[in-house]
Design a protein around this ligand. Structure first.
Ligand code: SF4
Ligand code: SF4
Length: 162
């Protein structure tokens, strides 16, 4: 991890330390579904991102395996952003979208139209994304997440829309 990346991750983590997608605890809706992985599943780490959790390689990427328990301040950035993604746009800004990769896990992704999302959280996800745009590696990583989320969205359309 470069010094610049360390600074970016620190700023992004601070922005998202106490904000949550809903004003209430969304974990009560789903019994914390996004934290119930097994010994091999976990949260994707950003380039060079460090974590106290065990790290495994998956498809050429690093994933933090937490066992479903963490100190809030240790959460990887992916956990802090979920179920949203700060999506880079062609004009160099950030758009905040639900992360369609989470549609099989998170009820908020499935109930997009009904959920009363916290504006504060969305604003902070955008600001975290703006931080991540400052570095070429983290910017490229955001673009790869955008492409994956779009592929998931396209699959959903093909499967469920008539
Ligand atoms: S799966 Fe979605 S609703 Fe459930 S705790 Fe995670 S972010 Fe909240
Ligand atoms: S690190 Fe914490 S927030 Fe992230 S999946 Fe594990 S228990 Fe959930």
């Amino acid at each position: 991890m470069t010094r610049k990346q360390r600074r970016i991750y620190r700023n992004a983590a601070r922005l998202l330390q106490n904000s949550t997608p809903l004003r209430a605890d969304c974990g009560a809706l789903c019994d914390r579904a996004c934290c119930r992985g097994d010994e091999e599943t976990g949260m994707l780490l950003f380039p060079g991102e460090t974590t106290p959790f065990r790290v495994v390689a998956q498809n050429g990427r690093r994933v933090a395996v937490c066992g479903g328990q963490c100190d809030r301040s240790d959460r990887p950035l992916s956990c802090r952003l979920f179920p949203f993604l700060p999506v880079p746009t062609d004009d160099g800004t950030i758009s905040v979208r639900l992360d369609m990769r989470g549609q099989g896990v998170c009820p908020l992704v499935r109930l997009e139209k009904e959920a009363a999302f916290s504006h504060r959280f969305l604003h902070r996800v955008r600001r975290a994304g703006q931080q991540l745009l400052r570095d070429s590696e983290t910017r490229a990583f955001l673009w790869s997440l955008r492409r994956e989320a779009e592929t998931c969205e396209e699959m959903r359309r093909l499967l469920f829309e008539k």
